[in-house]
Ligand binder design. Structure first.
Ligand SMILES: C[S@@+](CC[C@H](N)C(=O)[O-])C[C@H]1O[C@@H](n2cnc3c(N)ncnc32)[C@H](O)[C@@H]1O
Length: 211
């Protein structure tokens, strides 16, 4: 499918110089650079923001800030994106790129465990991008649900987890078990509408339609 990926990337919006620099820097200097959203998913997250027009966005799991910058690009002036990262060793890397972005005023960076930081922040979100530790997806969902406005959206990344979700997980594979448990929870939760996009590693789009 490499040819197909090249075809898609050459027929969609460019990611721009800042994000290309960030991505190259991550591939040279960071462990696990594949964790960042990348060109296609980044443009999709920007497009979601154009469609939803959120005033307030939450991202769980900043890593390099790639997706943060993409979502901020799609958000209107005066809006805010709160992004939470547990690994404070990423701070210099993230700030290096956020400071170069014309969208920097929209971005609020927080360090700590999202399960503790988000309740402290309070307030209401129009959109949540869930992309932290895969073993904690259920906990993130239950924690964040009261803070999501009625009609708001959660976009959860990696929900097909390299196709591992269709096989019984090994008892020591907490990440696959976490994603499977999350997919089961969402699949049966009648308070939400949901669809899984088989894009990249699986992206679940969830809309809150009841409290
Ligand atoms: C897949 S990466 C995020 C990629 C980023 N959202 C993007 O699309 O470019 C996951 C990040 O979540 C962070 N993380 C894991 N558990 C977390 C938690 N409980 N709270 C906040 N961040 C967490 C990890 O340190 C890692 O940097």
């Amino acid at each position: 499918m490499q040819g197909m990926e090249e075809y898609i990337l050459s027929h969609i919006d460019e990611e721009g110089e800042l994000l290309t620099d960030l991505r190259r820097d991550a591939h040279v200097n960071l462990l696990r650079p594949r964790m960042l959203s990348g060109h296609l998913q980044g443009r999709l997250l920007k497009m979601f923001c154009r469609m939803i027009r959120p005033q307030r966005v939450l991202e769980i799991g900043t890593y390099t800030g790639y997706a943060t910058l993409c979502m901020a690009e799609g958000m209107e002036a005066g809006t805010v994106i709160h992004t939470v990262e547990i690994n404070d060793e990423m701070e210099l890397f993230i700030r290096r790129y956020v400071s170069r972005s014309p969208e920097r005023e929209k971005i609020r960076l927080h360090f700590g465990d999202a399960l503790e930081v988000v309740p402290r922040l309070g307030g209401e979100y129009d959109m949540v991008f869930m992309d932290g530790g895969k073993h904690q997806y259920r906990a993130y969902y239950e924690m964040v649900f009261p803070y999501l406005r009625l009609g708001g959206f959660i976009v959860a990344d990696n929900t097909l987890w390299d196709g591992k979700v269709v096989h019984p997980p090994s008892p020591i594979d907490k990440q696959t078990s976490g994603i499977i448990a999350f997919n089961e929870l969402i699949g049966h939760d009648r308070r939400v509408e949901k669809v899984i996009l088989p894009l990249r590693d699986g992206l679940t789009v969830i809309r809150k339609c009841a409290v």
